[in-house]
Design a protein around this ligand. Sequence first.
Ligand code: ADP
Length: 479
Amino acid sequence: MSRLVVVSNRTADPRNTAAGGLAVAVRESLQQTGGLWFGWSGKVAEEGSEDRGAARTNEPHLQTVGNVTLATLDLSQEDHETYYLGYANAVLWPVFHYRLDLANFDARFAAGYRRVNQLFARKLLPLLRPNDTIWVHDYHLIPLAAELRAMGCRNRIGFFLHIPMPPPLIMAAIPEHGWLTRCLFAYDLVGFQSEADVMHFSHHVESEAWAQTLSRDCIRAFDRTLRIGAYPIGIDVDDFIRLAEADEAREMFSRIRDEYSRRRLLLGVDRLDYSKGLPQRVHAFRELLERYPETRNLATLIQIAAPSREDVDAYGELRRHMDSLCGAINGDHGELDWMPVRYIHRNIARRRLPGLYRASHVALITPLRDGMNLVAKEFIAAQDPADPGMLVLSRFAGAAEQLKEALLVNPYDTHGTAQAIHHALTMPLDERINRHKALLDRIRKFDVLWWSSSFLRALHEVERDDVEVASDALCPSYQ
Ligand code: ADP
């Protein structure tokens, strides 16, 4: 069996059960076969990176945890600013979430992004064995395979994009979009979260690179045939149910249910990110209180917003905006014994989250755009099947393709979202049970193990007859 090598911007200790999202998913796949997990250490070194001639050598720190080796690199200050804060978080993240207005196309960022991908490739290469299967994750590392190929790497390499793929004309706004697209053709398989993402990618390469779509999952351009497909990421449903039944979650459940015994609880759990539609959600909640007076003094929105990327400008602005919106709604509608919104700008311990999910009557998961949204799946898993809470879900979350029995909303439509929240609050028990059962069955069928095993199976099945194309073609310049 070939060894799995995972490369992602950040790594995590595979023993850490408190992690969410990508860390859990990667841990599941790595522990099965044993392997190597390579990424940024999260540390910014004081001295310059070796690329700029500094004496200090930047070799990966190696750490063995069970059958997994973690290899991590520090970044220089400049690489951190241009690759991470710059190109990843101020170009790719906003554009891929359709926010061209928030993008900063500084040419230094693209250069830093390429430099760090080259650095990763150079440091990873000596750690590779000929039979390794390499799985690269997310938007930070799009050019990694191209850089590895240019250095002679012939291993199978797959890429999974965790964030949405934008439609062609939005993608085309990135000055280096041609380079990014071409770099993706250095992989053997590129996976996306949803069918909509696959369609956007195919349309983009068809219109920009005269690509030929050979079949549903094969596309040809740049003298390469690339396998593509939708592999919606899931959660470990049974593990999450166990977490929901453990002491800390039960205790959280009882505390919240006691405290809000006379109320109907609405819950939002997100990183404080402009893609999550938080201000729009608060507006919709306000509309609910104004249009449906019976919800006043009854419905309480708990919004947990975990601090995120606070060193990127757009995030500070969002924080101030949310503070003022929540203050205004509480000022205008609050009573001495009822605050409409509890807004908490903090992380919640992962072990307590399921108790909070279970105590809530409605989850409001209304991103303006989201690759998948795992909170939606966690909420479903945490419910009591005999009296489940209802999910109000944005049609613009990747999860909406799978979770059709949720109440799907357009988060830009304040009135429609308020109506859906009201519908969720008043839905009869038997309808809630039926919808929840269908949702739970689906997230169980397409769980995190399904995600990693179906992606890796497809990667192993790719027929590779043209991996030896000229390295220049696979590792183009972006200028
Ligand atoms: P994203 O990856 O964009 O942050 P997801 O919903 O896909 O969004 O994944 C978020 C993960 O982080 C979930 O596992 C969720 O439980 C966790 N999470 C999100 N917000 C919080 C919070 N405020 N406190 C604790 N965990 C959180």
